[in-house]
Design a protein around this ligand. Structure first.
Ligand code: TXA
Ligand code: MG
Length: 353
């Protein structure tokens, strides 16, 4: 076991001594978790194969699922990518720094482990001041998957990181809760039109507005579990965001969803199970269950995203056996929220009219 140090850091004006200390750890091949505007990442020197391997081990992440490589300026891409199309440049100009990851043909500079042997590399420039300062101080690209144990909900606070990885990583920069709350959108720009592999913090609508035609990977729209040959993004084939409790997602018109959830609560209680409901501000009042939590208002799905992973973790702390979750509209960040809920349910989805 390692001693995991926690350094508090001002998210708006990060203290340079703490950033330097964290950067020194990464430069020496160590592992530091840090906040980004989406979720906390677990950083390692992307060009140091041993450091990246240690990162996989700490997270218990399968070696065939590569992390995102983070840069502190757009110029950093050219050392990692073989080809940067004009469309990609336009996207970088408009969305970086921010919650958009672009998949490029990889350059030979990047070690095999960092790209899990793929011919491509996923790159993003985050917007969070702590993340940017850290990457800059490292002087190298920083490989950073979400800083959770593989399969668990992504961490939106330093405490979530500590709960999952204490004793297995060198340090955590605690810059408070993250603001977007779901991970970046992953967009493959090696195909035409570019293809969304993971919906996230940059909405599909915003991408379409910027570059016109954008395809969604069939996995995102069919809402089914995918067999692995069809997984363009290795992350697609793993169970994700899974709380200990069994999550059942109920999708459809709100009133029908509420009716179905009430029915399921009774069934859970008959079976002597503890049941929680993941509801919304407009509907939470209507349920009687062991625990009822609201994701936020249906009038603005974007405001739900920052609560999602925290609430999933909270249900586990309250020893809930079943989480019954309402589906939410899929516009804006709602698409990312629904994608995470579907995965968290293991595709245990009930559709009502
Ligand atoms: O917001 C985020 O993206 C956070 C923060 C820390 O930046 N990072 C994050 O990383 O969510 P991670 O490793 O948990 O998710 C990366 C996703 C995975 O689904 C992985 O399969 C996919 O990106 N990915 C990585 N490299 C890829 C590649 N070359 N081609 C396709 N998908 C790739
Ligand atoms: Mg992750």
């Amino acid at each position: 076991m390692k001693q995991t140090e926690v350094y508090k850091v001002n998210p708006d004006n990060p203290e340079s001594d703490r950033i330097e200390a964290a950067a020194a750890i990464i430069k020496a091949g160590g592992l530091v978790a840090f906040p980004t505007e989406t979720v906390y990442g677990l950083g390692a020197d992307a060009l140091n194969a041993d450091a990246v391997l240690a990162m996989f081990a700490a997270k218990k992440r399968p070696l065939d699922n590569p992390p995102i490589v983070h840069v502190s300026d757009a110029a950093g891409v050219y050392k990692l990518a073989e080809e940067v199309s004009s469309k990609a440049q336009l996207l970088m100009k408009q969305f970086w720094p921010g919650p958009l990851t672009l998949v490029f043909k990889r350059s030979a500079n990047v070690p095999e482990v960092t790209t899990a042997g793929l011919g491509t590399v996923a790159v993003r420039m985050p917007r969070h001041k702590v993340a940017l300062a850290l990457i800059q101080a490292c002087g190298c690209p920083v490989a950073a998957p979400s800083a959770n144990l593989a399969g668990k909900p992504s961490p939106t606070t330093a405490q979530h990181v500590f709960d999952d990885l204490n004793g297995h990583i060198d340090a955590i920069l605690d810059g408070g809760p993250t603001c977007i709350g779901v991970e970046s959108t992953v967009l493959d720009v090696t195909v035409e039109p570019p293809m969304v592999l993971r919906p996230g913090g940059t909405s599909v609508e915003a991408l379409q507005k910027a570059i016109g035609d954008v395809q969604l990977h069939p996995f995102i729209t069919t809402q089914k579990e995918l067999n692995s040959e069809k997984a363009r993004s290795p992350g697609m084939k793993y169970r994700h965001y899974a709380p200990k409790a069994q999550l059942i997602l109920v999708e459809g018109m709100v009133t029908a969803v509420m009716g179905k959830i009430k029915e399921l609560i009774s069934a859970c209680w008959m079976a002597d199970k503890r049941v929680g409901v993941l509801a919304t501000d407009e509907t939470a009042w209507a349920y009687e269950a062991d625990v009822v939590k609201s994701l936020g208002s249906r009038r603005n799905v974007d405001t739900m995203a920052p609560n999602l992973f925290r609430l999933l973790r909270e249900f586990d702390e309250e020893n809930i056996d079943f989480i019954l979750a309402e589906g939410v509209p899929t516009e804006g960040l709602g698409l990312a929220v629904m994608n995470r809920l579907r995965k968290a349910s293991g595709y245990n989805i009930i559709r009502v009219p």
